[in-house]
Design a protein around this ligand. Structure first.
Ligand code: NOJ
Length: 447
């Protein structure tokens, strides 16, 4: 059966600055926390570094050519804060502005709508030295940065995203396996509170411009956990903690319902983790948004017993799908939850979805990536069903345009539609690139 998507459906692919740009030491760019973190022995799998990545700083024409080949009508990328403001605040780096101007112009010339994230995990190192997100001053620093972006690119960007997956800051400050590599949950909780304030202030600032085209939202990933043995107290608790205390609940509640959830407050109390807040903070955080960006990768079934075994055998590197099961049907449930539990009445975009191949599988297997095609089809099946069930789902962005720097997993996890030859920076279309280009052109696919 052919699954046709609504007219004007957005079809895109996504990337992020630190993962593709490289050019880390060029034209006045400052260091980011990931440049420094990558220098810690053992922090990144196989010692991968983001210095050169996919060299998109020099290969932007080729990137846009690929977008054209794919037939996408939108491209999701992120700005590198330290390329724009090398010290995080103060002097603007004109070469950085010029780089993004060129990218945006090329996109527009080709009818591809820019979807740009202000912050995708790469804090300027200079700001980390002053406490980073742990310092409430970050709200001013971020607003200054947002102003530079909006002054320069405002209505040239169709979709503005304040933050991508804020949970990365929790991981980086609390669990240590992302930059900046700290292990202090109290600090992490405070950092997340400040991050949410940054978001709120940026949205307020955005509204003051009265843009005609540009819209603004946030991207929060949802890995919904389900108890493996319903009724089993340990499994139920595990799923609830993963969802409410360590997962999407810590963001969606303050963003859309206001304040922290009862579960989260109780957890803060019990563990002496209550973040410092000021009057008015929760009003600032809960700004009306124009859209919500959902990064959806999988649903997860928590079986406490099995998890204990898995933990022992856990791979190095983080944040990529390391559970064998695949639960695309969770997408439908997650979308309904956004509407029913968090009362979202704004357009929703799937801002990321994809499947990694391991570099060890070899180039040939990576190029013949049927597993990826099958997985994306299974997710799109439920996306289509969601639209039929009345969910205001407006688009889908596949992660990623090309294989790139997968954070702590370095270059070992390949998510691209294009295979990146890191030696030569050649990008080779995989089987999935051809398939996806047919989907975008037909606005649907044959199941
Ligand atoms: C989430 C992140 O936004 C992106 O940076 C990452 O590469 C993908 N998921 C895959 O893990």
């Amino acid at each position: 059966m052919f699954l046709k998507f609504p007219e004007n459906f957005t079809w895109g692919v996504a990337t992020a600055a630190a993962q593709i740009e490289g050019g880390a030491y060029e034209d006045g760019r400052g260091l980011s926390i990931w440049d420094v973190f990558a220098g810690i022995p053992g922090a990144i799998k196989n010692g991968g570094r983001p210095d050169k990545a996919c060299d998109s700083y020099h290969l932007v024409e080729r990137d846009v050519e690929m977008l054209r080949e794919l037939g996408v009508n939108s491209y999701r990328f992120s700005f590198s804060w330290s390329r724009i403001l090398p010290d995080g605040t103060g002097k603007v780096n004109e070469a950085g502005i010029a780089y993004y101007r060129k990218l945006i112009e090329l996109l527009k010339k080709n009818g591809i709508k820019p979807n740009a994230t202000m912050y995708h995990w790469d804090l300027p190192y200079q700001l980390q030295l002053q406490g980073g997100f742990g310092n409430r001053e970050i709200v001013k620093w971020f607003t200054e940065y947002a102003k530079v972006l909006l002054d320069n690119f405002g209505d040239d960007v169709d979709f503005w995203v304040t933050f991508n997956e804020p949970i990365a800051t929790y991981v980086g400050y609390g669990a240590g396996f992302f930059a900046p590599g700290l292990h202090n949950e109290k600090y992490a909780r405070q950092a997340l509170h400040h991050l949410l304030l940054c978001h709120g202030e940026a949205v307020k600032l955005f509204r003051s411009y009265n843009f005609k085209i540009a819209k603004i939202g946030i991207v929060v990933d949802i890995w919904r956990h389900y108890p493996g043995r319903p009724g089993n107290a340990e499994d139920e608790k595990m799923a609830r903690v993963s969802n409410e205390i360590r997962g999407y609940g810590m963001f969606l509640h303050p963003l859309f319902l206001g304040g922290y959830s009862k579960d989260l407050l109780a957890y803060f109390e019990e563990n002496d983790l209550m973040p410092k807040t000021e009057e008015g903070d929760f009003e600032t955080i809960k700004q009306p948004l124009d859209f919500y960006g959902l990064n959806f990768y999988n649903g997860l079934i928590d079986n406490a017993e099995k998890m204990r075994e898995m933990q022992k055998a856990r791979k190095e590197g983080g944040n990529y799908q390391d559970r064998p099961e695949s639960h695309p049907e969770a997408l439908l449930d997650v979308l309904h939850m956004l509407v029913d539990k968090y009362h979202l009445d704004i357009p929703i975009y799937i801002t990321e979805n994809g499947l990694p191949y391991d570099d060890n599988e070899g180039k040939e297997a990576n190029l013949q990536d049927d597993r990826r095609i099958d997985y994306v089809k299974s997710v799109l099946h439920f996306a289509h069903r969601a639209v039929e069930e009345g969910i205001n789902l407006r688009g889908y962005y596949l992660w990623s345009l090309m294989d790139n720097f997968e954070w702590s997993a370095g270059y070992c996890a390949r998510y691209g539609l294009y295979y990146t030859e890191y030696e030569t920076e050649e990008r080779i279309p995989k089987k999935s690139a051809k398939w996806y280009s047919e989907v975008t052109r037909a606005n649907g696919f044959e199941e």
